[in-house]
Each structure stands twice: as C-alpha cells, then as structure tokens.
Ligand binder design. Structure first.
Ligand SMILES: [Zn+2]
Length: 280
C-alpha cells in the first residue's frame, strides 16, 4: 500500500508526500520544517525530492533537507537554475522510484515559469490518500495516474503567467488535460474555493461547476483539502481548460480586453487569465 498525503505548509501550500511506510518522497518542499515533522512522526526516511519550478515556496526547504539526508536525490527542471538539484529533467524523460513502485514521466509545462515541469506518476500498487492529520480521504485497489503539477494547474484555476505567454500556458494546460480522466491532480496550493468563485462568474451556466462548488465548500468547512482533484473534474469545471468552449468564448468577446486579432482559444484564455488577476 502506497500512501499519498498533502502536507500543509505556509498559508495555503501543500507539499505532496508519497510513502510506503518506510521510504518517502516529497514534492516541492518550500520549507523543511513541516516535512521533517511529518517524517519524524511516522518514522519515514526521505529518499527523493521532486521539484517543479524555482519559486521559493517550492524549493526553500532544500538546503536543510539535503543536509539532513546526504543521500537525497533531488529531481528538477533542466531549464531553471535551482541549487541542490541532482537530476535535471526535460520533456519525455522518465525515471523510476522503485521503493514506491512508481514510474514517473516528465512534462514541460512553461507559462507560470519558463522551465516549469510536471510529473505524472504510475504507481503499481494499491493507493490511499490521507490527510497529514490521519484522515483517509480515498482508497484505490489499483492506483490511478498521479499528476504533480506545481503552480501550473490548480483546482478550478491555473497559475499566474510570471514568465510565459498565454499561448504557452494554454498549450501546457492542454497537455495536462489530455491525461486520463481519473488522473489525480495534486496541485501545490489550496486555491480551489477562490478559483471556483471566479469560475462561476465566467461560466455561470455550467451545472457541474455548481455541484463542485457545493462539495468543495463542504470539504473546507470540514477542515479537509479539496485536493486531489481529477483531470475529469478539471475538464468539466476549470475555465482555464475550457477556453475552447463556446460559452466562455462568448463571455470573453463581450469584454474590452478581448483581442479579436488573436486566434481562439488563446484569445479567450488570455482574457480569462487577465480578468482573474483583477477579480476580487
Ligand atoms: Zn510558483
């Protein structure tokens, strides 16, 4: 049995942890302290770290973790300069974490940052998803694919375009949206409720969205994460994956930011991303 856990950190980050009861890997540890506490509480040893991009809230824990675990393998993007990365990865690279029965494939997903990568894990084992406090959220006899997407795809949202263009981000998101519907989406932030408020504003007639908003509000009221989501849920409700839908294109064309000279669906995606930056 492999366990997948979002370790909460800072205000709204999750450092995702995979473990087999003895060995663990952590994704995007922006701070060493919550990781160290979690590992110590469960008697786990850290064997690898996966990094998606260079922002401090994703890599800030690396110096202390590397000092504490001298054998640590740190995977990260080839096209970003990140201290402590030992294995640089690019599109179509793959590798195995044999202790976790996990094969990982690397996707380049530029947009939030220039060199951002995502990891798609195929786990050949039963899988359970637990909160760090010990509540079981889900259990699978046969694990679906697991996507670690950093700050590219969020629950009902996507990352800001700090270093990339709308066209790059749209293509990156479409790359992820082509994964199987059951793929578990492990995002680096708990932004879902705020993203859903925006999604309902731009895609009001989407009934799946209202169902999701009610369910995710209940999860947060119960002190539980809204994640992982699935690719199927995101395709049905995430406006940033739906800029190819007539309802969203019509909405975007009604706004002054819409650039009629830009090709669809990138024009609609660009409007939605800009509008979200200003949305309160
Ligand atoms: Zn970031």
């Amino acid at each position: 049995m492999i366990t997948l856990t979002p370790i909460p950190a800072f205000n709204d980050n999750y450092f995702w942890c995979l473990d087999n009861g003895r060995d663990a890997i952590v994704v995007d540890p922006g701070d060493h302290a919550p990781v160290t506490v979690y590992l110590q509480q469960r008697g786990l040893q850290l064997s690898a770290v996966l990094v998606t991009h260079h922002h401090a809230d994703h890599v800030g824990g690396l110096p202390e973790l590397c000092a504490a675990w001298p054998e640590l393998v740190v995977y990260g993007p080839a096209f970003e300069s990140i201290a402590h990365v030992t294995q640089s990865l690019a599109e179509q690279d793959s590798f195995e974490l044999s202790e976790l029965a996990c094969q990982l494939a690397v996707y380049e997903v530029p947009g939030h940052t220039r060199g951002h990568i995502a990891y798609v894990g195929r786990i050949n084992s039963p899988l359970r998803i637990m909160t760090a406090a010990g509540t079981e959220l889900m259990r699978f006899e046969s694990a679906p694919p697991v996507l670690f997407c950093g700050d590219t795809l969020f629950g009902a949202g996507c990352g800001r375009l700090f270093e990339g263009t709308p066209a790059q981000m749209w293509r990156s998101l479409q790359h992820l949206a082509a994964l199987p519907d059951e793929t578990l989406v492990c995002c680096a932030h708990e932004y879902t409720l705020s993203n859903l408020r925006f999604a309902v504003y731009v895609d009001a007639a989407n009934s799946s969205l209202h169902v999701r908003q009610k369910r995710d509000q209940q999860l947060r009221d119960d002190g539980l994460p809204t994640l992982p989501s699935t690719i199927g849920v995101e395709r049905a409700t995430n406006p940033f994956l739906r800029a190819d839908q007539p309802a969203l294109q019509e909405f975007a064309r009604g706004l002054s930011q819409h650039d009629a000279g830009m090709e669809e669906p990138i024009a609609t995606f660009a409007v939605l991303r800009q509008l979200k930056n200003e949305f309160r």
